[in-house]
Design a protein around this ligand. Sequence first.
Ligand code: ADP
Ligand code: ADP
Length: 225
Amino acid sequence: MFINIEDVSKNYIQNKKTFCAMEHVSLQIEEGEFICLLGPSGCGKTTLLNSIAGFEKVSEGRIAIAGNEVTAPSTKNVTIFQNYGLLPWRTVQKNVELGLEGKKLAKKERREIAARYISLVGLSEFSKSHPGQLSGGMQQRVAIARALAVDPEIIFMDEPFGALDALTRMKMQDEISSIWQEQKKTIIFVTHDIDEAVFLADRVVIMTPNPGKIKSIVPVPLARK
Ligand code: ADP
Ligand code: ADP
């Protein structure tokens, strides 16, 4: 089992009282799966995602990736947020190179890898542009290129298309779906949009609030896509 989430709970302290954001969550994820965490606002989707990614420490239970307990974020994984997280003063090319700076690569190699992923998301013409010159959809494609360039084991996506208009959002869903078919990365994707979840996921994990729990896990047959 690649990701093993065993009976995990998370309590936050709110106004000096303990608040349970997630209770008795268990979930097993295979390598290469596309998992959507679906549910209304406040059902603990982000809490679960952040716990798997190592940004949050769980209160009870255990999460392991490839047999190793998660205790901190790993450079093997990347997270894509709704607000893109690009550096406005850097060009598209330099933003994508950013993720590669931690790796011991020659400058030329770094430039080539970045260019390849910028081309994959269809933005080669814009590699010298700055994020502010691009539309929201284009900026999110830069963030996706930056994420893929580091060849992560797991990609975490937290409502990545939430800030986009409906048409751009559909295009981005198509794009991330075909990237996934091609690259077979493990993707954990948070959304409150049922259509988005059903379109993208292998399995949809449906969560309910107060406290956050898994209600059911629904496989989505590939034949429907
Ligand atoms: P979702 O992503 O499904 O909207 P979250 O995981 O963000 O849900 O939040 C689940 C619940 O936990 C919410 O009620 C939220 O207010 C609470 N919560 C999330 N993060 C914190 C925090 N850092 N401190 C206190 N409460 C939090
Ligand atoms: P780094 O983040 O520098 O790559 P490690 O690879 O040692 O560090 O991973 C940090 C911790 O997460 C270790 O306890 C490791 O066993 C565990 N781990 C291993 N693989 C992954 C993974 N794909 N995602 C998250 N944690 C992982």
